[in-house]
Write a protein that binds this ligand. Structure first.
Ligand SMILES: Cc1ncc(COP(=O)(O)O)c(C=O)c1O
Length: 430
């Protein structure tokens, strides 16, 4: 099946009631047939469900659908994008190891890597930029993962996934890629060598700003057993899960199984089945929404680029944008609908623009059907120091737009009025 069809039908062929919509299995546990059945389900020897912190039939459909869209072998749905990011990393990391990351990251991810993981003895080494050499030069024999956003939020940079993956694999290190901004309909990182893909489903997949969720997709391809010294958690009996050896017992999905049975099972950021249902609803229309998002964003970017009230526009769809070539290569000519710009007048004008929009929502979210505006330096990335902001590609005057699917003329009219306010603020004496 093609992506548009998988997004609607993947992982669900009806149940015993022939329900057309994926049923919401709002239950905490499932009744075992007998002790032998219970044991086999706990050992993952037979398909089945036991306790819904760990697995659930509605979530299972979402996991299968995202696995198929990303071209992976298995997935784990979790309560938020941050749960996906943190669980993916905790599944490979332990005290004394390090993670090598690109610097252009969503603010909470940056903070998690820079300030939370070090309290567990896990160091993050941020590369000077997102180039393959800058990233790979930081890898050593204690590196347990290379992490980046395929399309950075809000910088809009596109990582050279294939080159980074090749350099990381040469050193025996897996690549974990956050594909939230691109979505699997624009980019499939596993095709280019990523070993694990994470998403905030809260964004384009849910698509309506109603539901938090995340997912981790295992490519099933990283040779954990060949790197047993670095990853004993995959090659030695797991005391947290009755001595399973993940790379031996689940060779095609060792990462996803460990993420579920050790990381999620014992810390519990479980996706609720009601949320999984909402996210599945969003996924069904993702393809058509993305087309409209993309077309509207291009019109907005072109409008801003020719406007004398705008100093600069960051949009990878423009041929002179530094990320254009990689965007073209990895997203096949498509461009996500997240763009940044700086109004003439700098920081003061950016704040005035933000304060003056009427249709656009002032939010720290992206990928909603509604057009959204944010000022990263004072919100999502507020905790970053000036040099960290610069490395993340965020200037004080940067306004980020997540262009929605309203009629584009209404979006442009709102932007036009807010730009007038920005100019007035910048030229006012006070
Ligand atoms: C690229 C990226 N990854 C992860 C997250 C975290 O997602 P959530 O808010 O669902 O925890 C976000 C949120 O904005 C994001 O933009």
């Amino acid at each position: 099946m093609r992506d548009e069809t998988i997004a609607i039908h993947g992982g669900y062929a009806g149940d015993s009631t022939r329900a057309v919509a994926v049923p919401i299995h709002q239950t905490v546990a499932h009744d075992f047939i007998d002790a032998a059945h219970a044991g086999a389900v706990f050992d993952i020897q037979t398909p089945g469900f036991h306790y819904n912190r760990i697995n659930n039939p509605t979530n299972d459909v979402l996991e299968q659908r995202m696995t198929a869209l990303e071209g992976g072998s298995a997935a784990l749905a979790v309560a938020s994008g941050m749960a996906a990011v943190s669980y993916a990393l905790l599944t490979v990391a332990k005290s004394g190891m390090n993670i090598v990351a690109a610097p252009q990251l969503y603010g909470a991810t940056y903070t998690y890597l820079a300030h939370v993981l070090p309290t567990f003895g896990i160091e993050t080494r941020f590369a000077a930029d997102d180039t393959p050499n800058a990233i790979s030069s930081l890898i050593d024999d204690r590196t347990c993962a290379v992490f980046f956003e395929t399309v950075g939020n809000p910088a809009g940079n596109v990582v050279d996934i294939e080159a980074v993956a090749e350099l990381a694999h040469r050193r025996g290190v897996p690549v974990i890629a956050d594909n939230t901004v691109a979505t699997p309909l624009m980019l499939k990182p596993i095709r280019f060598g990523a070993d694990v893909v994470v998403h905030s489903l809260t964004k384009f997949v849910g698509g309506h700003g109603t539901t938090l969720g995340g997912v981790i997709i295992d490519s099933g391809r990283f040779p954990w057993a060949s790197h047993a010294d670095r990853f004993p958690m995959f090659s030695e009996p797991e005391p947290a899960f009755h001595d399973v050896v993940f790379s031996r017992d689940f060779p095609d999905r060792a990462f996803a199984v460990r993420a579920r049975s050790v990381t999620l099972r014992n810390t519990g950021a479980t996706l609720s089945p009601m949320s999984a249902f909402h996210l599945l609803q969003g996924l069904e229309t993702l393809a058509v929404r993305l087309d409209r998002h993309e077309a509207n964003a291009r019109t907005v970017a072109e409008y801003l680029a020719q406007d004398a009230r705008v100093a600069w526009v960051g949009y990878a769809g423009f041929a002179d944008n530094p990320h254009h070539a990689l965007c073209h290569r990895y997203l096949g000519g498509r461009v996500p609908s997240i763009l940044t710009f700086g109004p003439v007048g700098g920081f003061k004008a950016a704040i005035a623009f933000f304060d003056s929009v009427a249709l656009l929502k002032r939010l720290v979210n992206l990928g909603d059907a509604k057009s959204l505006v944010s000022h990263p330096a004072s919100t999502t990335h507020r905790q970053l120091k000036p040099h960290e902001l610069a490395a993340a590609g965020i200037t004080p005057d940067a306004v980020r737009l997540s262009v929605g699917i309203e009629h584009v003329d209404d979006i442009l009219e709102d932007i036009d009025a807010a730009l007038d306010a920005a100019v007035n603020a910048a030229t006012s004496i006070a």
